[in-house]
Design a protein around this ligand. Structure first.
Ligand SMILES: *[C@@H]1O[C@H](CO)[C@@H](O)[C@H](O)[C@H]1NC(C)=O
Length: 438
């Protein structure tokens, strides 16, 4: 059965888990379990304190420096290329090694590479660095500390990249400037106060059993609505004007003038509303097999990126997720089979399931094509449902989010051995590029 273009099952998985395990509880297991819970609560409190301490403020800097032992590659100019992504992650990892190890280690929040540009024999790096210091501190004092930490670390440690020390420049920037710089990169989430929103915040909240989304948590999520009939499908923003969604959303109506898209964590009121100017359904979409269930919708007017509207990254076609990778599905869909659309955006953590398993006779019995990706739990528990169709399945790689799936179909919602089936985005990376240039 296809998810009709209009949640997640109410089946609360933590409860189910515990019931299933009860019979195995002896005193030792119980003690271990209690310890684990205490540890989790401790970590949760730690994380909350870390990000909520009021006295502290984020200090942002634009860092530029030259790396002399690598050569510039053409693809560094394209931020969605694998070359740019891999090089940036390497540089970001290096920064976190430098600043997390130092005495003021807890002060480092994160770093993001903004641009790689050619210079003589090497590469020029531009990146933002974020630190947390008491709000009374001065940008100049912190700048000196940061520089000293970096220089010391470069002296003591061996890094795969050689940073030319004299080329290192650190310029203080305010949070608005930082947001503008980060807008050049996809898949980054920020809170309304311009603080980075760590991936852990979503996971922690699922553990606590609250599943409605916070503002800015899934800023690429859009609602596709038929004028007069309301929410039909989810979609994901991949540029200022393009939405990625499922082909089956347009089975009944593919006249763009009948559709609008909204953004924000509620359908009413929306944060932003746009009309749709163009709809492109995959040429080889087959409704009988659900194969190639992918489509694009172009907005008539561009949206400006902000903390509540942001684009998600498209994965390189070579990106592979092993089975049991943690991913998130979001949507306004019903939370019970045949239930109503939800006004508030919801999220669920699910795990990828290998095609070998998903295509088994006792699961989807040969219905899985190479363009599909299964995710959920073989036990049932959590799933996408009606109305989530077209919405994103996203994967977090070092606080940068990639869309790996599009909610496509499933048999009922959250049934055992009937996980959700998604369009495998990597398989259509070239198709997306051919239609949008992204
Ligand atoms: C799933 O099984 C069917 C039938 O055996 C097969 O035709 C199809 O190629 C398989 N899917 C994948 C992705 O291997």
């Amino acid at each position: 059965m296809m998810y009709a273009p209009v949640g997640f099952s109410e089946a609360e998985y933590p409860r189910v888990e515990y019931q299933r395990r009860q019979q195995f509880w002896d005193p030792i297991r119980l003690a271990l379990f209690t310890l684990t819970i205490v540890a989790i609560i401790g970590i949760a409190i730690g994380i909350v304190t870390h990000f909520v301490v009021e006295d502290d403020k984020a200090f942002c800097y634009l860092a530029s420096f030259k790396v002399t032992n690598i050569k510039y590659k053409e693809n560094y100019g394209m931020k969605s290329s694998r070359e740019f992504t891999e090089r940036s992650h390497q540089i970001e990892r290096m920064m976190s090694r430098i600043f997390r190890r130092s005495s003021g280690g807890g002060r480092f929040i994160k770093s993001h590479v903004i641009k790689l540009s050619p210079y003589e024999e090497g590469v020029n790096i531009f990146m933002v660095l974020m630190f947390r210091y008491p709000s009374s501190d001065s940008v100049e004092r912190i700048r000196k500390i940061v520089e000293r930490t970096l220089y010391q670390s470069l002296k003591i440690n061996q890094f795969p990249l050689t940073i030319s020390k004299p080329s290192f420049r650190l310029t203080p920037i305010d949070s608005r400037k930082m947001r503008n710089l980060l807008n050049s990169r996809c898949g980054i989430r920020m809170t309304l106060s311009n603080m980075p929103l760590p991936a852990s915040s979503s996971t922690e909240r699922i553990v606590q059993g609250r599943e409605t989304a916070m503002d800015g948590e899934w800023p690429w999520q859009a609602s596709l609505q038929l004028i007069g009939a309301g929410h039909q499908c989810g979609a994901s923003l991949i540029s200022n004007t393009w939405l990625l969604t499922a082909a089956h959303c347009f089975r009944k109506n593919k006249d763009p003038s009948q559709w609008i898209a909204t953004f924000g964590t509620t359908i009413t009121p929306p944060a932003i509303k746009r009309s749709v100017g163009k709809i492109i359904v995959h040429e080889n979409y087959y409704r009988d097999t659900n194969d190639n269930d992918i489509a694009l919708a172009q907005l008539t007017n561009r949206v400006e990126f902000s903390n509540v509207v942001q684009r998600v990254c498209l994965p390189d076609s070579s990106m592979k997720l092993p089975p049991k990778t943690s991913v998130f599905v979001t949507g306004f869909g019903s939370i019970v089979d045949d239930g109503p659309t939800q006004n508030k955006l919801r999220q669920a953590r699910v795990e990828t399931i290998g095609t070998d398993v998903c295509n088994r006779t006792d699961v989807y019995d040969g219905l899985i094509t190479p363009g599909m990706l299964c995710a959920g739990f073989m036990e049932g528990k959590v799933d996408a449902c009606k109305g989530d169709s077209g919405g994103p399945l996203v994967y977090d790689n070092r606080d940068i989010w990639y869309i790996v799936g599009i909610v496509s179909w499933g048999q009922s919602c959250a049934l055992p051995k009937r996980p959700g089936v998604y369009t495998r985005v990597t398989k259509y990376r070239d198709w997306i590029a051919s239609k949008t240039g992204i």
